[in-house]
Design a protein around this ligand. Structure first.
Ligand SMILES: Nc1ncnc2c1ncn2[C@@H]1O[C@H](COP(=O)(O)OP(=O)(O)OP(=O)(O)O)[C@@H](O)[C@H]1O
Ligand SMILES: [Mg+2]
Length: 453
């Protein structure tokens, strides 16, 4: 449900106030007006507003005074100032006091609407962040990472030793092995847990934006840089930055990143002011970085700086013991989310899951379980409820547990012959042709499989 945006307009000229109020009362916005500072502060003490639009010059006080008052009592409320040409300089000062933006008369309503939309967006992001942070802390207790296998126990031991330090960590692992989950667990169980955790998916951000995303910029640094913007590094100050898919970072940024790591300071794009940083670095890669160094795609000195403590996440097929506990974990999670009783899973289905080679690792298993829970009607998951490619692989692969090869081969032959016969409505010569067999070979096989009745 869309929340209503509550707007307060402070302007002593009644016609201007009324006109603005009318133009902004769209989209379910609730707009109120005040003619003086006193009236406004009175309203603000009684009601919450998302956005306050105030004239810089008011009969009894100034827009700046109102701004300072609002920021001290309700910092989330965004204030937009309206100013004449003569006072534009003051409005710029007001930005330093925490105004969201200012707009110069004559008023352009589209511009004002755009600024309001941005302010609303900012508030939405902030409230989501607070919410996400709470959620993350709940979710990323160590014990939410499933891993009884010796390989994962080794990972846990290493994590326990590094959570209380500020050491730089490099996590290796195939796609979907849980790199981000581990990075979050290191942060949210460590001394910085109440500080920001900022993830940057280097591969997902266009190369030309990555630099300003990471390091921020100042107004005028490039075309379109309308205001100062802090980068991810500054946002992570006192906390942790997670640099995912670090290999995708272009060379010139690798050089810049190395400098930031060495000096623990940076300058925003377009600025010469040096900003001191205290940021813990966790990076991740699904490619062998040493190989990338040899291939000339990754700076060797940066590699050593990032790889202070390596954490290797083994692929799921190398920790078969974890497949059942992980499946149970995702089953109970999905059943809970879909508000249905906890489902059970048959031994055969478990064996199929344990035999499959999981190219997409834990993420793939998570998706398969979600899909299977959604598509299965009863409260029990049988082999047939699993996706066909997993069933088929289970039939044809050999695991430690061993497999009855003759029976499996017979099952497969029987199924293929029945399929062919049903396609050809029982005409054996055509079924044989479909199976690239002589008719006599087909008849012989059917007899052996007991299909020649
Ligand atoms: N050991 C685990 N226990 C519980 N859930 C896990 C475990 N490992 C991974 N997951 C879950 O699997 C999904 C994929 O994990 P994550 O995103 O951390 O992997 P990744 O290695 O970062 O993948 P990619 O390389 O594709 O970015 C997530 O939903 C995560 O919660
Ligand atoms: Mg990831």
């Amino acid at each position: 449900m869309k929340e209503r945006t509550r707007i307060l307009i402070i302007d002593d000229e009644e016609p201007a106030r009324m006109a603005m109020s009318k133009l902004l009362s769209t989209n379910g916005n609730v707009v109120q007006g005040a003619a003086t500072g006193e009236e406004a502060l009175d309203l603000l003490a009684r009601e919450h507003f998302n956005i306050v639009i105030t004239d810089l010059l008011l009969p009894d006080t100034s827009g700046i005074t109102i701004l300072v008052q609002i920021k001290s009592t309700s910092p989330q409320t965004e204030v937009i100032l309206i100013t004449g040409h003569a006072t534009a300089e003051t409005a710029v000062q007001a930005m330093k006091e925490g105004a969201f933006d200012y707009i110069v008369k004559p008023l352009n309503i589209d511009e004002l609407r755009m600024i309001i939309a941005k302010a609303v967006e900012k508030q939405k992001l902030l409230s989501e962040n607070v919410y996400l942070k709470k959620q993350l802390q709940e979710r990323f207790e160590f014990d939410n990472i499933i891993g009884g296998s010796p390989a994962m126990q080794k990972v846990f031991n290493r994590m326990k030793r590094i959570i209380t330090t500020d050491s730089t960590v490099l996590i290796f692992g195939e796609s979907g092995t849980g790199k981000e989950l581990v990075a979050k667990a290191i942060h949210f169980n460590g001394t910085r847990k109440d500080k920001p955790f900022i993830a940057v998916h280097c591969g997902a951000i266009p190369e030309n934006l990555l630099e300003s995303e990471l390091f921020g910029y100042v107004r005028g640094a490039f075309t379109g840089a309308m205001r100062d913007k802090i980068g991810k590094f500054e946002a992570a100050h006192t906390g942790t930055i997670f640099l995912d898919e670090i290999v995708t970072m272009p060379m010139h940024l690798q050089t810049k990143l190395l400098r930031v790591l060495q000096e623990q300071e940076l300058e925003r794009l377009g600025s010469t002011r040096t900003i001191k940083l205290d940021v813990r670095i966790i990076s991740a890669s699904n490619l062998n970085l040493e190989q990338e160094v040899r291939n000339g795609n990754f700076r060797e000195d940066l590699y050593y700086r990032l790889n202070v403590i390596p954490v290797n996440l083994p692929p799921l097929r190398e920790r078969v013991e974890d497949i059942l506990p992980l499946s149970r974990h995702f089953l109970s999670k999905n059943c809970r989310e879909m508000q249905r009783p906890l489902m059970t899973i048959s031994q055969e289905a478990v064996e199929a899951l344990e035999t499959y080679h999981w190219p997409g690792n834990v993420r793939e298993l998570e998706n398969i379980i979600e899909r299977t829970v959604a598509l299965t009607e009863g409260n029990h998951i049988a082999l047939d409820d699993l996706p066909p490619h997993i069933r088929d692989e289970a039939l044809t692969r050999v695991s430690e547990r061993g497999v009855d090869m003759v029976k499996t081969m017979n099952d497969i032959e029987r199924r293929m012959i029945l399929d062919a016969l049903s396609l050809t409505k029982g005409v054996k010569a055509r079924a044989a042709a479909l199976l690239r067999l002589n008719r006599t070979t087909l008849v012989e096989k059917m007899r052996r499989l007991g299909l020649d009745l």
